[in-house]
Ligand binder design. Structure first.
Ligand SMILES: C[S@@+](CC[C@H](N)C(=O)[O-])C[C@H]1O[C@@H](n2cnc3c(N)ncnc32)[C@H](O)[C@@H]1O
Length: 476
């Protein structure tokens, strides 16, 4: 989990945690926030979840839990960044990072000082992992998505020169570029785990939009990225989500969306994110996002296996792939989902079309191409065989194979190894959970393919219903 200070052990320091909580709540109220007496900001460190919001009394559905004035939300616009700096910032997440660095460095001169005092100093997100720790994630597509190098580059090329240009305003005298990169990473990771896509005042539809920075490109003019004090103190739970944030003209309001019993935690939801994404963005793993787990299979892997399995020439392979690209079927990778996930199909139509196109005899493919047609999005015997070979190859990309039934694996000793310090052991444990989730998706997918083409069922042809293409729910 994210933490303010991992070395915090003495009673004095533990008390400081409470002091900072109370000081933050008092600060927010002084700035016009209205907080219901039915809730409290509580210490959830024993649950491994930092702070969280608890119900102090029974709460009815649709009750207002708290309201935060828009002026207390930290955005580029509300920050005190000099006007000429604001005009230099056209990227929303780099801009908010700069605004946070600016406000943080101003210390007691910043109106958000007591808010920063409850935000984390350290993270367990993979952005901060050692190479040894990252090695435990080998095989998961999450490794390619961490983006540390590109973030470093953006900080060094875009943010730091701008900060240096206004060094006095930013109070960064004496800080090296490396110090600034670390501070930018800290603020970037805080945004990733805490910021909301805030609807601007004129658009008042209800939405819960807690988000990371990767959605920025799609962000419309009506949204801006912002840090909403207290709204971001809610922990998340995919199954027990009981509150939602509503955007009003001059404030944002958190309301209960179902009845909540005294003592229960008030939870936000991050949406249908696979565990790997929850882990990458928020730095923790729980089993209740496992229902959304996926395994990413790259097109390159599919091409490599098809070439070998179908004994295809490079020329033939590239011709088919080019045609599918023209028909907008080709992607860089395809997600395999859980077979019992109610909202998604285990094998997408695009993946089935790609596999079928690669598995067709050359003459049949040429016929289709001539008529500018595509294969049906169903798995036939040959395309299912190809997929099965792809998935076996995909399995081999993981560092170890985890038994999805009991979680044991080749080097399970690493996690319990007394020579590994506790924080690293915790990270390795999370890596194992992520990998185990992905591998169980693979096992399920392979079992489904076997069942679809089991010899006992008489080598029947797969129908669209097998791949979920009728839109009906798939049962595992
Ligand atoms: C929006 S903040 C929530 C407030 C946070 N607990 C705190 O003390 O600042 C998101 C962070 O809370 C933690 N978190 C949220 N939901 C959690 C959960 N269900 N279990 C464990 N940690 C959780 C993670 O560290 C995540 O990055």
């Amino acid at each position: 989990m994210a933490s303010e200070d991992v070395s915090m052990t003495s009673t004095e320091e533990v008390d400081d945690f409470e002091i900072r909580t109370h000081s933050f709540v008092a600060w927010l109220q002084q700035h016009g926030a209205v907080i219901s007496s039915s809730i409290e900001l509580a210490d959830r460190r024993l649950q491994g979840a930092g702070r969280g919001v608890l119900a102090k009394t029974d709460i009815a559905e649709d009750e207002e839990l708290f309201a935060v004035p828009r002026s207390s939300i930290l955005t580029i616009a509300t920050s005190n960044l000099p006007a000429e700096v604001k005009t230099q910032l056209d990227d929303p997440w780099l801009g908010l990072i700069a605004a946070m660095v600016y406000e943080y460095q101003r210390g007691s001169e910043s109106m958000w000082e007591r808010y920063f005092a409850v935000l984390p100093l350290e993270f367990d997100t993979p952005m901060f992992w050692s190479n040894d720790e990252l090695n435990c994630l080998r095989g998961s597509a999450v490794v390619e998505k961490i983006g540390k190098l590109s973030a470093d580059r953006a900080f060094r090329e875009q943010v730091i020169p701008m900060i240096r240009q206004h060094a006095t305003a930013f109070h960064v005298g004496g800080m090296s570029d490396d110090d600034l990169v670390s501070l930018c990473h800290r603020m970037g990771s805080t945004i990733m785990a805490y910021a909301f896509d805030v609807e601007k005042p004129s658009t008042t539809d209800a939405h819960d939009q807690e988000d990371g920075w990767e959605e920025d490109e799609e962000e419309s003019e009506s949204m801006s990225k912002g840090m909403i004090p207290l709204a971001d103190m809610l922990n998340a739970d995919a199954d027990r989500n009981n509150a939602m944030l509503y955007y009003e003209e001059d404030k944002v309001v958190m309301k209960s969306i179902r009845a909540i019993k005294v003592g229960e935690e008030i939870f936000n939801d991050y949406g249908p994110l696979p565990s790997a994404d929850v882990f990458r963005r928020y730095g923790y793993v729980t089993s209740n996002y496992a229902q959304y787990d996926v395994v990413e299979v790259s097109t390159q892997l599919i091409k490599d296996v098809a070439k070998e399995q179908m004994k295809m020439s490079d020329q033939d392979l590239e011709r088919r792939v080019r045609y599918l690209d023209e028909e907008e079927i080709l992607d860089e990778s395809y997600d395999i989902s859980r077979s019992h996930n109610e909202d998604t199909k285990p094998f997408s139509d695009e993946l089935c079309i790609l596999l079928s196109a690669l598995a067709l005899p050359a003459v049949e493919f040429e016929n289709l191409q001539r008529k500018r047609k595509l294969p049906r999005p169903a798995l036939e015997q040959s395309s299912a065989g190809l997929l099965s070979a792809v998935l076996h190859k995909r399995q081999g990309l993981y560092k170890d194979t985890v038994n999805p039934e009991n979680g044991t694996r080749g080097d399970a000793g690493t996690i319990n190894d007394v020579t590994v310090e506790p924080r690293s052991a915790h990270r390795r444990g999370m890596a194992q959970q992520v990998i185990q989730g992905e591998q169980s998706v693979l096992f399920e997918a392979l079992a489904m393919l076997t069942e679809m083409h089991a010899p006992t069922s008489g080598k029947r042809k797969a129908t669209e219903a097998d791949t979920g293409n009728t839109g009906k729910k798939q049962k595992g």
